[in-house]
Design a protein around this ligand. Structure first.
Ligand code: CA2
Length: 151
């Protein structure tokens, strides 16, 4: 059974506690439960993580790259939070490991402040899902299932 790594970046541990008009009322635990259900439906195991630290996220992508090369990982669903807009290190980690990564954002970043319009991750993503809330994570898992089935 392949694993999907769902990796969440800074401040996403605050989900459901503040800014519900932007991010909805879903908590990170709700998001994990949703991902777990969709992974079970697609025959995947789930590895769900959140970190506020860029280096921890880089290390998780390195680990994911090794699992991808070993054939035990379907890919990474990555919501890097604000690091999306700043992190060349995460760009390099995805590119350097060759991990299959789908970039997800709960909000439609293109309808928000200009500083959220640029992503360092989109050029190295297999696909990008924005603005669909928690459902975007489930759709990203579906996309990884389709890739695995097609391979
Ligand atoms: O829309 C998304 O998923 C984002 O990745 C969320 C990031 C933001 O910096 C990106 O531009 C878009 C922020 C996550 C912070 O989440 C909070 C949730 C509740 C209260 C405060 C922050």
């Amino acid at each position: 059974m392949k694993t999907v790594l769902v990796l969440n970046g800074p401040n996403l541990n605050l989900l459901g506690t503040r800014e519900p008009q932007v991010y909805g009322s879903t908590t990170l635990a709700d998001l994990e439960a949703l991902c777990r259900r969709r992974c079970e439906a697609r025959g995947f195991a789930l590895d769900f993580r959140q970190s506020n630290h860029e280096g921890v996220l880089v290390d998780a992508i390195h680990e994911a790259g090794q699992r991808q090369a070993a054939g035990t990982l379907a890919g990474v669903v990555l919501n890097a939070g604000a690091y999306t807009h700043t992190s060349i290190a995460l760009h390099d980690a995805v590119k350097g490991t060759g991990v299959v990564m789908i970039e997800v954002h709960l909000s439609n970043v293109h309808a928000r402040e200009a500083f959220r319009h640029h992503s360092f991750l989109s050029p190295v993503a297999a696909g990008v899902i924005v603005g669909l809330g928690a459902e975007g994570y489930a759709l990203a898992i579906d996309a990884l299932a389709a890739r695995v089935a097609a391979a």
